[in-house]
Design a protein around this ligand. Structure first.
Ligand code: ADP
Ligand code: MG
Length: 732
């Protein structure tokens, strides 16, 4: 987190680091100033907060003779040595290969770049000392690094440093920064110099109250800033890192704590105990008995709804655990109390599906339900708007469209948001602002199927109360999961035919990394044609993908639901929430290209009815056949897929996925629900999270609006870092 500090005038005439513009730092000229400004480094203090992305130390550096052994490792490794040769080879079509031979005292190895341009090659000089980092791969039967990261080292200084067991910081950099000499080496010099001259300046006061520092045994800010760049050893490094991880997590938790307090204490709608309507639903409409977990969660919800304060609750439950029905009962309670309810889904398909489910359950009770999605005709929408405004409709199901300005609710009492991970923390908060949650209404219920470790839910959903549905409805058969290579393809098709002949249905999913990626879509479409016209001729085969209009998508989903389509070929649009209990086979093509959590979601589409279900992950033999595995990537993929096939425990899968990919990628897409953390890892830094949370919540309890003089700077930093998303803080 880049923090810029503001502060009070300094004593003794020295100037505050946070007020010194970075162009006045020794070593920064006008060109560097521009480049630094473009990455948000404006002051000398910001420069000190420009942290290394990695460290080189002797213990982590591999000898070239051990490179072959590193091929099967999942982690990146680093080699330090001298460049023996740089070679650019033209290969036609303007494509060049570049080879660098690196030597250390144990041997030599090759680094390879495809598509290198000459000026890139010029950055490397023969005999220079350099560090290359990356995953070791086998290329032309030799261990090699392909497109490694590189860091130029300073000859004597760094070499001596490494020999004495020192640690060298490696800084993030860009092409633009490199052009003004700010490669990692450039930053090292610049920051070192500034740190050496710290006594010329006034160091800004620590925003953290003394008590927080001492209780959590944090390193003093000034010391930490210098140690994070140039730690003496690993222990010192970890201690200073801990300070900044804590800082990052603390601000996030403080924000969550303040939000939570604010909502907890504001007046909300007080619903009465469940009455005739809810009872009738339980007795006459609902076709099964609720699980104990569902009942417990309902009690928690009822308690919130009648408390007189806004409900602000998350339901976490694995795919298929039955969240919808729980939400539905909460909706009924709202209706029974004379209030409308809104049910929001992340996609139009899901909205349409929920609409079908909800209206099927609600119409026997005489409760009016409406659908509101972007793809509707103007006239239809206008009618829905007016029904919502007049109060003629009690339950509105839809996408984001629901909270647009044009929609005026008559008396909105409850918002349900399904499949939360698609929205993301910041979006959720914005949405609640809009719906008026911080003004005390309406109640909010969020549902997510992403099973995430507790520490992560505390960072993402840390302001919500959390309910867990940790039990599946009875009678579900365990899904059988198999990994298959190309050689089994005929058997696979035969199996699908048998299933369809016995009345079941099948999904066949193709990866579409990016919905707009034409080549992927083409591949899926071509496969579809072959499946329809050759492999499964005689069966009804349908296709659904993200480029279709919403009406087309809805039509095909409806046909699948009615079994008018037996085999549905799709891209990942079906990933979330689709409910077709008669579908028993999920075939996932190129399974290696999916994240584990995504696979888990896909597998959750089957095993929803009484029949035995099967999930079949197809991938190339090189990922499955231990004899054919060559690279560390292939080995990792093999481990991932095997782990997935061996368990149906969503938490276990998610934890493994998080470890492998980090929270950003774990959540997919840019609009990820991952919290804005740069240093802390929400899984590994469990202890720091818990401490930061405790301190932040205590502080918010004691001083909810941060009005205390001692908290002034905390408030400033908080406001500055989250200024866009959190207007509500200023209002208080
Ligand atoms: P999710 O939690 O993934 O959203 P759903 O709410 O879609 O799960 O429920 C999955 C399926 O299980 C639905 O067909 C639903 O009707 C059914 N279901 C929900 N609760 C129960 C229960 N207690 N007993 C039997 N089936 C249930
Ligand atoms: Mg669902």
């Amino acid at each position: 987190m880049m923090l810029s500090f503001m502060g009070t005038p300094p004593p003794e005439g020295k100037r505050l680091l946070s007020e010194i513009e970075v162009q006045y730092v020794k070593g920064v000229g006008p060109r560097r100033f521009e480049a630094l400004r473009s990455i948000g480094v404006l002051t000398a203090m910001d420069l000190l907060y420009y942290f290394p992305r990695r460290y080189l130390d002797r213990t982590r550096i591999y000898k070239i003779k051990d490179a072959a052994a590193a091929i099967l490792m999942t982690e990146e490794v680093t080699f330090v040595g001298r460049i023996k040769s740089v070679q650019v080879v033209r290969r036609g079509h303007g494509r060049n290969m570049m080879y660098i031979r690196l030597a250390d005292d144990s041997g030599t190895m090759r680094c390879v770049w495809f598509n290198a341009v000459q000026y890139f090659a010029n950055a490397f000089k023969e005999e220079e000392l350099i560090a290359f980092s990356g995953k070791v791969t086998s290329y032309q039967d030799r261990p090699c690094l392909i497109h490694p990261d590189y860091d130029h080292l300073e000859d004597e200084a760094d070499e001596a440093f490494l020999h004495t067991g020192g640690i060298i910081p490696v800084y993030p950099t860009t092409e633009a920064l490199k052009r003004v000499g700010l490669d990692s080496r450039g930053f090292r010099r610049l920051i070192k110099n500034l740190l050496n001259n710290l006594d010329l300046y006034e160091f800004p006061p620590d925003p953290f109250p003394k008590e927080i520092i001492s209780i959590n045994s944090l390193m003093d800010l000034c010391e930490a800033v210098s140690k994070i760049h140039f730690p003496k050893d690993e222990k010192e490094l970890n201690y200073s890192l801990r300070r900044f991880k804590f800082e990052e997590l603390f601000y996030l938790q403080l924000l969550l704590a303040i939000r939570r307090n604010l909502i907890r204490h504001s007046p909300g709608l007080a619903f009465k105990e469940p009455g005739a309507l809810v009872e009738k639903f339980g007795k006459e409409v609902i076709p099964f008995k609720l699980t104990e977990a569902q009942r417990n969660v309902l009690h928690e919800i009822f308690a919130d709804l009648k408390s007189g304060h806004p409900m602000y609750r998350l339901i976490q439950g694995d795919v298929g655990s039955g969240k919808t029905i729980v939400a539905l009962i909460a909706i009924l309670l709202s209706v029974e109390n004379g209030y409308q309810a809104a049910f929001m889904a992340p996609t139009e398909i899901l909205a349409a599906q929920h609409y079908a489910t909800l209206s099927r359950y609600l119409s026997p009770l005489g409760v009016e339900t409406s659908l509101l999605i972007g793809g509707q005709k103007k006239k239809v929408r206008a009618d829905v708007y007016s029904d919502i405004e007049s109060g003629r409709t009690s339950v509105v199901v839809g996408t984001h469209a629901i909270i647009q300005e044009k929609v005026k609710f008559n008396r909105l009492g409850l918002i349900v948001v399904d499949e939360q991970q698609r929205f993301g923390v910041m979006q959720r908060m914005a949405l609640q602002e809009k719906a008026g949650a911080t003004r005390g209404e309406p109640h909010l219920l969020v549902m997510t199927a992403t099973p995430i470790p507790r520490t992560l839910s505390l960072t993402i959903y840390g302001d919500l109360d959390i309910s867990l549905i940790d039990e599946m409805p009875v009678g579900r058969k365990k899904i059988r999961t198999a990994l298959r290579g190309e050689s089994s393809r005929d058997k696979l098709y035969k199996f699908v035919r048998e299933q369809v002949l016995s009345g079941r249905q099948t999904f066949i999913v193709y990866p579409l990394v990016n919905e707009t990626e034409k080549s992927d879509l083409k591949a899926a479409t071509q496969s579809f044609i072959r499946l329809r016209d050759e492999i499964f001729r005689g069966f009804k085969v349908g296709l659904i993908h993200g480029q279709m209009t919403d009406t087309e998508k809805n039509d095909i989903m409806l046909a699948f639901k009615k079994n008018a389509v037996n085999i549905l070929v799709s891209t990942t649009v079906i990933e979330v929430g689709i409910d077709v209990p008669n579908a028993t086979v999920m075939v996932i093509e190129h399974a290696d290209r999916f994240g584990l959590s995504q696979l888990h979601q896909l597998r959750g589409r089957i095993g929803r009815g009484v029949h035995q279900s099967y999930c079949i992950l197809m991938s190339e033999d090189k990922f499955l056949d231990e004899k054919k595995i060559q690279t560390s990537d292939e080995a990792t993929t093999n481990r991932r897929l095997r782990l997935f096939a061996s368990t149906d425990d969503g938490f276990k899968i998610a934890e493994y996925d998080l470890m492998l990919r980090g929270p950003g990628e774990f959540f997919g897409t840019k609009q990820s629900g991952a919290p804005p953390l740069k240093l802390a890892n929400p899984v590994r830094d469990r202890d720091i999270i818990m401490q930061a949370r405790k301190s932040a919540f205590e502080l918010a309890e004691a001083d909810p609006h941060l009005r205390d003089k001692e908290h002034e700077r905390l408030r400033e930093v908080l406001l500055r870092n989250y200024k866009d998303s959190f207007d509500f803080l200023k209002a208080n």
